[in-house]
Write a protein that binds this ligand. Sequence first.
Ligand SMILES: C[S@@+](CC[C@H](N)C(=O)[O-])C[C@H]1O[C@@H](n2cnc3c(N)ncnc32)[C@H](O)[C@@H]1O
Length: 275
Amino acid sequence: MTVTANPRQAEAWNGPVGTHWATHQARYDAMLAGVNDALFGAAAVAPGDRVLDVGCGAGATTRIAARLAAPGHAVGVDISAPLLERARASTAAEGLANAAYECADAQVHRFPADGFDVVVSRGGLMFFADHTAAFRNLARALRPGGRLAFVCPQPPGEHSEEARALGLFARLVGEEPGPEAVAARGAMASLSDPGRVREVLSGAGFCEVTVAPVSVQAVWGRDVADAVDFLLSRFPGRPLPAGRLAELEAALLPHASETGVRMRAGVWLVTAVRP
Ligand SMILES: C[S@@+](CC[C@H](N)C(=O)[O-])C[C@H]1O[C@@H](n2cnc3c(N)ncnc32)[C@H](O)[C@@H]1O
């Protein structure tokens, strides 16, 4: 990667955050898989399409896009080298020849003008210092009439079982978020207001903007022990105090099922068109 307008994100996603996502690739993919149907239903990728997957991480959605687009292709772009290493390995292991990856900051990278029919993203568009500039750059990469479809988190509300469980966990480990954690959460929530999403996309030159709520089941583990292990891994150096494990397990138990520990969470499904 050469130029970045987002040095803090580059540092985080090439440092501990990206390493955690790469190490726990399967867990994050299971957690996020619930949005795939809504995302690709809206993206309507057709055979022959050229698809750009922004903030593709370990490339799960790039590979879905590549399969839908064949004989077209999909390109995943991400600022994180460790995640792209995982993406390339998974793509090779699956024998997919029409998916490729680029390490770049999507806010400023010079994509080929009019080079894509569809831009998708599963939670990879919230981390820009200048959202309007970033979406203008993506609009330029789309051909006229090209579609944008992405998901981003809703504000955590009463309806979010996931937010309740994560809040409880943070209290149990006595988390005192440092400036990095505060900045990460701020970035995560940067597109949580639909009014702001519409303003940014219109400002970047998109039309036909829609923002719809989608309720998803996030899978946090195969069983309660696996979910606790995953949650603990996200707070290195902050073990659960003695006696608190039972409290956390009790909070997760109602969400345990034969198909894993599932918690309801809300995302926005956003679509727009390049005029
Ligand atoms: C929440 S993760 C989602 C990853 C992936 N879309 C998935 O569903 O597994 C956000 C991703 O955005 C990437 N990212 C953050 N800022 C970026 C930027 N300016 N340009 C490109 N990618 C970026 C991160 O490296 C990370 O892989």
